[in-house]
Design a protein around this ligand. Structure first.
Ligand code: MN
Ligand code: MN
Length: 459
């Protein structure tokens, strides 16, 4: 190999080539903890519960606005059970800024409508309104589970998980048999199944001695006997339909994991575990696990909420800093997933600038679509800083763009952080079949993201 090829060319290499056996073995080991997290945390509420467990086990304690804050404190703020911010106060001047990572813990799914239950021809269904970007046809004819909460009028919160244990029943959306699907098969994929057809079959046995809506009454009777809830209680419920079952290793070499909601728990888990594992004592660090990214980051638990600036203001005040200075000097990794180049659908990707499976954590300088629309576009200075951080730590990473120009695109929470005058760039794990009920990731990419976040907190 010539020196020119060795020294002058940028080439993506896999973690297997660059990092070696020891790191790969560690990646496989680390993936076990991630799979457990994935199985336990299918909704943002469940992810917050898991996050609190991890945080408290590591000595973090709950923070309330106005509490005193001092160097060495390890704190977390649980926002309405749907998002959680961990922060650790360093010894250096708070005006030097905070190292922040921001991942989201909501994933595309089917939410129940507020009046979901109805009977049609002896079958009882639940109406849904899909949450986030889904390809609707992917959700038919597969085992589904119900997760969420019912909040009764008196404020009592009932946690519901049905369809995950072996002995549980599952939910189901019917599909058409091929024998009668000729006309439907002619429809474009995106129009073959509509949102109003994503109805969940939940019963077919009529309540005895009833002739009208007897199956629905049977379901209501079951719900009352089991949970003490009535049909009106659905009005104040947040119930979601997600794929039933556990994440699994994929491939003869077990190098990949399929599971529901890699986007974005595959970044949430490494950012929170890196935060907890980092021995960083100098910089103040923050790990944000937020909700509502898949629907635009709006609302009190989304990244557009004022909570992040409120917290930074509190921290700055408590430590004698200036909040504007703190934000101006902070750096954020928006830790969200990117698309992995899929050789089965090569026409939508631009190979040179796509994330490649197994080539490490992916950095997207910009997201958005159609002429970089809707991106915060990280500065070259910030990219250089992160580049040095990752390279010095020996992290295997790659640069990437979501797909071909004008084919589509997507956003992350990066721009909402950047809008607060916080330098932000996207860094996360690449995913195949993104937003499908079962997505796919590489174990070594997952582990490189953990190593990247750990390096970033301490750099
Ligand atoms: Mn995402
Ligand atoms: Mn997404």
């Amino acid at each position: 190999m010539s020196d020119a090829r060795k020294n002058l060319v940028y080439e993506k290499k896999t973690v297997y080539e660059k990092a070696g056996e020891k790191i790969v073995a560690k990646a496989y080991e680390y993936a076990k903890g991630y799979v457990n997290f994935l199985d336990a945390a299918k909704t943002e509420r469940e992810a917050v519960c898991e996050g609190v467990k991890l945080a408290e086990a590591a000595g973090y304690r709950p923070y309330t606005f106005g509490d005193p804050i001092k160097a060495g404190d390890k704190l977390y703020y649980n926002n309405r059970g749907k998002n959680i911010f961990l922060f650790r106060i360093g010894t250096e001047d708070i005006n030097n800024g905070i190292r922040i990572t921001a991942a989201h813990i909501d994933s595309p799914r089917l939410d129940l409508k507020q009046v979901p239950l109805y009977e049609d021809n002896g079958m009882c269904f639940l109406k849904t309104h899909y949450y986030g970007g889904i390809r609707k046809y992917q959700w038919l004819a597969m085992p589904l589970a119900l997760h969420g909460v019912v909040v009764k009028q008196d404020g009592e919160v009932l946690d519901v998980v049905i369809g995950e244990r072996d002995e549980d029943p599952v939910m189901y959306i019917t599909d058409l048999l091929p024998h009668l699907a000729a006309a439907y098969n002619e429809k474009p994929l995106g129009k073959a199944v509509t949102g109003e057809q994503l109805n969940i079959l939940v019963g077919s046995r009529p309540l005895a001695d009833e002739d009208k809506d007897a199956v629905k009454l049977g379901v209501l009777q079951y719900l009352y006997d089991t949970y003490g809830i009535t049909e009106e209680d659905f009005l104040s419920a947040e119930l979601s339909i997600v794929p039933a079952g556990k994440a699994r290793d994929v491939g003869f070499d077990r190098s990949m994991i399929s599971g529901y909601g890699h986007d974005d728990r595959v970044c949430a888990y490494p950012s929170i575990t890196a935060m907890i594992d980092a021995d960083e004592k100098v910089h103040t660090t923050m790990c944000l696990l937020v909700d509502k990214e898949e629907t635009g980051s709006d609302g009190v638990t989304g990244m557009q909420s004022s909570l992040i600036t409120d917290l930074i203001t509190e921290i700055a005040k408590a430590l004698g800093g200036n909040e504007a200075t703190v934000r101006a000097n902070s750096k954020c990794l928006s830790s969200d997933v990117t698309a992995i180049y899929d050789p089965t659908f090569p026409d939508v990707y631009e190979y040179r600038n796509s994330a490649l499976l197994g080539c490490g954590v992916g950095m997207c300088k910009f997201t958005g679509s159609r002429g970089k629309g809707g991106t915060s576009d990280a500065s070259a200075e910030l990219v250089a800083w992160v580049r040095r951080c990752l390279n010095e730590a020996g992290v295997v990473w790659q640069t990437c763009e979501l797909g071909k120009i004008d084919v589509g695109g997507g956003g992350t929470v990066a721009k909402f952080m950047a809008n607060h005058n916080i330098d932000t760039v996207d860094l996360g794990v690449g995913v195949l079949s993104m937003h499908a009920p079962y997505e796919l990731i590489s174990k070594v990419d997952l582990y490189e993201s953990y190593r990247a976040f750990k390096a970033f907190y301490a750099f």
